[in-house]
Ligand binder design. Structure first.
Ligand code: UTP
Length: 235
């Protein structure tokens, strides 16, 4: 049976500060997917909403009191970003599912037919980290890669605390102490790993690898189970 890998690709990765970095990143991402397809892997890519999700939620926040309605705006943004990745990969001939699934069940089904499946959010109440962990469980992957824009999980936010301590390895329960477990974030709020995703990974005994997705070499090493710079979280 083909090896299945699932990546939660943070939406911020599509919009780096300099456009030049974006072009290089897309080229390297394409090369990585060509390589993984060549190895016979199946890859689920769950794309985050990034800036458009946050912007859409901010615009509506003063007019919408129900958090779940705001979540729907975030979900729409994740699907735009998923479509960007889907079409870029399709253009270079990768066997990518032509549909953006709206559930992890459907995503897992499509992964049996295609080398790559791109999707965004599913339902209100969690982020795409939780979707990716759910897809990993459904599709029979042993873990899930969280590709974000920090190098490691830290004991506090490294953007606010220059003395934040990083971790190269953690148990899932230690990660839960840092990020929280099970409690949904507010619409558009961010954490290094969504607490709902931590809960799902605990329930399904899945491992996690948190890696800086701006560096495709680190990402590929994490996907292939090789030594990588980042945080490895054991079930
Ligand atoms: P993201 O998955 O993009 O959140 O979802 P994030 O952690 O901010 O990730 P980055 O910044 O892209 O890396 C954006 C918002 O969309 C809604 C939530 O409101 C979330 O905060 N959402 C997303 C859902 O309600 N359900 C989903 O399945 C996915």
């Amino acid at each position: 049976m083909a090896q299945v890998h699932v990546i939660a690709l943070g939406g911020s990765l599509l919009r780096p500060e300099e456009e030049e970095s974006r072009e290089m990143w897309f080229e390297q991402l394409k090369q990585m997917l060509i390589h993984l397809e060549g190895l016979g892997c199946r890859v689920g890519i769950v794309v985050g909403g990034g800036a458009p999700a946050r912007e859409g939620i901010d615009i509506a926040r003063n007019h919408v009191s129900d958090e779940r309605r705001l979540d729907e705006i975030g979900i729409a943004a994740t699907r735009i970003n998923a479509t960007i990745i889907q079409q870029v990969l399709s253009q270079i001939g990768i066997d990518v599912a032509p549909e953006i699934p709206h559930s992890t069940e459907k995503g897992a089904e499509l992964l049996q037919e295609h080398a790559v499946v791109c999707m965004g959010g599913t339902l209100p109440g969690h982020t795409t980290d939780a979707v990716a962990v759910g897809l990993a469980a459904e599709a029979g992957a042993s873990g899930c890669i969280i590709a974000t824009n920090v190098s490691y999980v830290y004991d506090s936010d490294p953007r606010e605390n220059p003395d934040a301590i990083h971790f190269e390895s953690l148990t899932m329960s230690e990660l839960g102490d840092i990020c929280g477990v099970g409690e949904p974030l507010a619409a558009g709020a961010s954490a290094v790993v969504d607490p709902v995703a931590v809960q799902r990974a605990m329930d399904d005994s899945l491992g996690l690898a948190i890696v800086d997705g701006r560096d495709i070499e680190r990402l590929e090493n994490a996907i292939l189970g090789q030594r990588f710079k980042g945080t490895l979280v054991t079930p």
